[in-house]
Design a binder for this molecule. Structure first.
Ligand code: WTA
Length: 639
C-alpha cells in the first residue's frame, strides 16, 4: 500500500483517547486483569491458552496444549476431541441462551428473519441430516457460494456438524474463480441460492454456478443444494440439484454432532497470495475455536444484552470468525444484512443499527469512507445510542476516518477497536480492548498470548518509529494448520524472515509506547476495499485476453477503496490501443475475477521496465505513477 496521504498523517498522529470511567468499571476485562493476563501469557503461554480452552466444551481434553515437535506444523490441543458447532450451538440449548436470539437477518428489500438458538439448532440439525442423506461425510469438502442469508450460516454449521469441511466462496466472485476453487478443493457439493438482492437488482447466483460447472468441470460435484431466495427461474439438473426447502422438510430436528479430532480440518478459505493461484488456508477445530472465542470475548467485551453486527460477508475470514463462529460461541446475537450498504439510500446502516438496537458495530474503513462522503445528515436522523463499541478491520484507517466514525457514530463515547489479523491467523492478533488508550490509526498492542515484532529483513528488531516487517514470533491457537495441498507454500510463511518466525506479509512500525501502526502489504498483494487480491491474479487474467501480450499491475491509492489496481498493458502485434479496448479489458477482468478486482485505469505501453533477467519491475512503474523517486535502478536491475 502506498497511501502516501494516509501514511503521512499516520506518522503525525499523536492524539490519545481514553475510555469513559463507567466503561472501565463495567468492562469484562479491567486494566489490572489485562496486565495480569499479559504477564501470565508471557511467563506461561501454554497455561494461558489452556485456561482459554477450559472455557469451552470438549468431548475429550488434550494430552498436550501445544505439540511443537515439528515446526512450523504446530498442533494445538493435541489428542483432544471436540466440534466447534457443539460450542456454537449445542451447548446453548442446555442454558438460558436456548430461547435467546442467535441471529437477526435483514434482506435488502426490507424483509427480516430472526432465529433463537433453539430454532437455529433445529434448522442446522435438519440440514445436517439432509446433507448426510446426500452422502456427505467426514472430511468431504463443500463449496458454499452464497450471499449473506440465514441459510449461509446454517449451511456452514450443518456441514461442520457432520464433520465435513466448508469452503465459502464470496458470491461476488466470477464463475471462473468459483470453478477453480471447486476444482482445487475437490468439492463434492455446492450450496448456493437461486439469486439474491444487491443494490436493487436481483443477482442470479445459480446461473453462475451452472456456468462454473461446464467443460472439464461438468462432473466436478455430485450434488448442488439451492436455497430459494429471489424467486428467479433456474435450471435444475435432475438427480444433481436439490432445493434446500425440499431437502429439509422431512428431516428430523435432532442430529448427532460428529466427534472430531482437534486437528481435523474445520474449513478452508481461499485467499490471494503473490502467485496467480489463490491459497486454500485450512483451519482446524480445536485451536480455531479457542483462539476465536478468547479474542472475540476480550476485544468486544461481550455482554448478555449485546446485539453484535459485523458487516463482513460470510465469504471472508471476518465473516467466519466475527459473524458466525465467534458470536455464536459467545452466545450473543449476531446480525446479518444481505444487501448493499447504500441501498435504497445512504442511511441503511444506521437504519439497521437503530431498528435492531445494535450495540457493537464492526466494519471496514472502506465502508466508513463511503459513508463519510454523505456527511452527518443520515446518522443524525437515527437514534444510535444503543451502540457501545465500534470496530474496524481489513486495512489501516486514516485518523480522519477514525475521528469521523468515533465522533459521529460513537458519540465520542464508544471505543473504536482497530483489529489487525488475517485469514491465516483466524483470530484477532493485534488490537485494543475497550479499556485501552487509543491512538487513531494504530492497532495498539498484541493481545495477551500473542508475540509480534517489527524487524528488518535479517530478523533484527527495528528501532521504535522505524518501519519494518511485521512478524509473529510465537504460534497461536487459531493459526492456520496448513495450505490445502501445498506444504511448501505454507512453510514459506515461516522461512522468509530468519528465526523461524511467521511473516504476515505486512509492513508496520512500532512507536515508543509499543503501539503498532500497520503501513500496508510488503508483497505483491493489493488491498482493494479491504479485500486481498494478488497482482499476479490480475496479470494472469489480463494475459488470458487475446489482445494482451503482457500485463503489469500495481496498486494505486483510492479515496474510497483505499487501493485499486492500475494495469500497464503490452498489446499483441497488430492490435491498436483504443477506448473500446480499454473498456473491453475492464469488462474482461470482471468476468474473469468478479467485481472485487477493481481496475481503475489501464495504460497501454510499448515497453515495460525490466530487470536484466526480464522480470517486470513493478516498483519502477509504481514510483513513476506516484511521482516518487524511482530509486537506484542498477540494484533493481539485479533483482
Ligand atoms: C490487512 C482480514 C491494517 C493486512 C481479517 C493483512 C489490516 C490483511 C488490518 C489480511 C488492520 C487486516 N489495519 N491492515 N486493522 N486488518 N489488514 O486475510 O494487510 O482478508 O495482512 O484478513 O489485511 O486480510 P485478510
Amino acid at each position: 500500500m502506498d497511501q502516501s496521504g494516509t501514511l503521512d498523517s499516520l506518522l503525525q498522529e499523536e492524539r490519545v483517547f481514553r475510555p469513559l470511567p463507567q466503561l472501565v468499571i463495567e468492562a469484562n476485562v479491567n486494566p489490572q486483569e489485562l496486565e495480569a493476563a499479559r504477564r501470565q501469557a508471557e511467563t506461561d503461554p501454554l497455561g494461558y491458552w489452556e485456561e482459554a480452552a477450559d472455557e469451552l466444551d470438549w468431548f475429550k481434553k488434550w494430552d498436550q496444549v501445544l505439540d511443537d515437535s515439528n515446526p512450523p506444523f504446530y498442533r494445538w490441543f493435541a489428542g483432544a476431541r471436540c466440534n466447534v458447532v457443539y460450542n456454537a450451538l449445542d451447548r446453548h440449548i442446555e442454558t438460558g441462551n436456548k430461547n435467546k436470539l442467535a441471529l437477526i437477518w435483514e434482506g435488502e428489500p426490507g424483509d427480516s428473519r430472526k432465529y433463537t438458538y433453539y430454532e437455529l439448532y433445529r434448522e442446522v440439525n435438519r440440514f445436517s441430516n439432509a446433507l448426510r442423506s446426500l452422502g456427505l461425510g467426514k472430511g468431504d469438502r463443500v463449496v458454499v457460494y452464497m450471499p449473506p442469508l440465514p441459510e449461509t450460516l446454517i449451511a456452514m454449521l450443518a456441514i461442520v456438524k457432520l464433520g465435513a469441511v466448508h469452503s465459502v466462496v464470496y458470491a461476488g466472485f466470477s464463475a471462473k474463480a468459483l470453478r477453480s476453487r471447486i476444482r482445487d478443493a475437490e468439492a463434492k457439493m455446492v450450496v448456493t441460492a437461486d439469486g439474491f438482492y444487491r443494490n436493487g437488482r436481483v443477482i442470479k447466483l445459480k446461473n453462475t454456478v451452472d456456468e462454473a460447472l461446464v467443460g472439464a468441470c461438468s462432473d466436478c460435484v455430485d450434488s448442488m443444494v439451492v436455497v430459494h431466495r429471489a424467486k428467479v427461474e433456474v435450471d435444475m439438473v435432475e438427480g444433481r440439484d436439490f432445493w434446500y426447502e425440499d431437502l429439509i422438510r422431512q428431516e428430523r430436528s435432532e442430529s448427532p454432532t460428529e466427534v472430531m479430532d482437534a486437528q481435523d480440518p474445520l474449513f478452508m478459505l481461499y485467499t490471494s497470495g503473490t502467485t496467480g493461484q489463490p491459497k486454500g488456508v485450512i483451519h482446524a477445530h480445536g485451536g480455531y475455536m479457542v483462539g476465536v472465542h478468547r479474542t472475540l470475548g476480550q476485544v468486544f467485551d461481550i455482554k448478555p444484552t449485546d446485539i453484535f453486527w459485523c458487516t463482513a460477508d460470510p465469504g471472508w475470514i471476518t465473516g467466519h470468525s466475527s459473524v458466525v463462529y465467534g458470536p455464536l460461541m459467545a452466545g450473543t446475537t449476531t446480525v446479518m444484512y444481505e444487501g448493499h450498504p447504500l441501498y435504497p439510500q445512504a442511511d441503511r446502516m444506521w437504519n439497521i443499527v437503530a431498528k435492531h438496537g445494535v450495540t457493537v458495530f464492526y466494519t471496514t474503513p472502506t465502508l466508513i469512507r463511503m459513508l463519510m462522503r454523505f456527511g452527518t445528515q443520515y446518522p443524525k436522523r437515527f437514534d444510535l445510542t444503543s451502540l457501545r463499541l465500534l470496530g474496524t478491520v481489513g486495512e489501516s484507517i486514516s485518523p480522519e476516518a477514525w475521528l469521523w466514525f468515533y465522533k459521529n457514530i460513537g458519540r465520542s463515547e464508544c471505543p473504536l477497536l482497530d483489529t489487525w489479523w488475517q485469514t491465516e491467523t483466524g483470530m484477532f492478533m493485534i488490537s485494543p480492548l475497550p479499556i485501552s488508550l487509543l491512538k487513531p490509526g494504530s492497532v495498539t498492542r498484541p493481545l495477551p498470548g500473542i508475540e509480534a515484532a517489527v524487524v528488518d529483513k535479517d530478523g533484527k528488531p527495528a528501532p521504535p518509529g522505524k518501519g519494518g516487517l511485521l512478524v509473529l514470533t510465537r504460534p497461536w491457537p487459531a493459526m492456520m494448520t496448513g495450505l490445502f495441498k501445498d506444504e511448501d507454500r505454507y512453510k514459506e510463511y515461516w522461512q522468509q524472515v530468519p528465526g523461524g518466525v511467521y511473516f504476515a506479509g505486512d509492513v508496520a512500525k512500532k512507536d515508543e509506547d509499543g503501539y503498532y501502526w500497520i503501513q500496508g502489504r510488503a508483497d505483491d498483494v493489493l488491498n482493494i476495499a479491504g479485500h486481498r487480491i494478488g497482482t499476479a491474479e490480475l496479470e494472469n487474467a489480463f494475459g488470458a485476453h487475446r489482445a494482451v501480450s503482457e500485463a503489469a499491475v500495481i496498486g494505486v491509492p483510492d479515496r474510497i477503496k483505499g487501493e485499486v489496481a492500475k494495469a500497464f498493458i503490452l498489446l499483441n502485434p497488430g492490435i491498436e490501443p483504443s477506448d473500446d479496448l480499454n473498456k473491453e479489458l475492464k469488462r474482461h477482468i470482471k468476468n474473469e475475477l468478479g467485481p472485487v478486482a477493481v481496475v481503475k485505469s489501464i495504460e497501454f505501453r510499448d515497453s515495460l521496465p525490466r530487470t536484466r533477467s526480464g522480470k517486470i519491475m513493478r516498483r519502477v512503474l509504481k514510483a513513476q505513477e506516484l511521482g516518487q523517486d524511482v530509486g537506484d535502478l542498477t540494484t533493481l536491475e539485479a533483482d
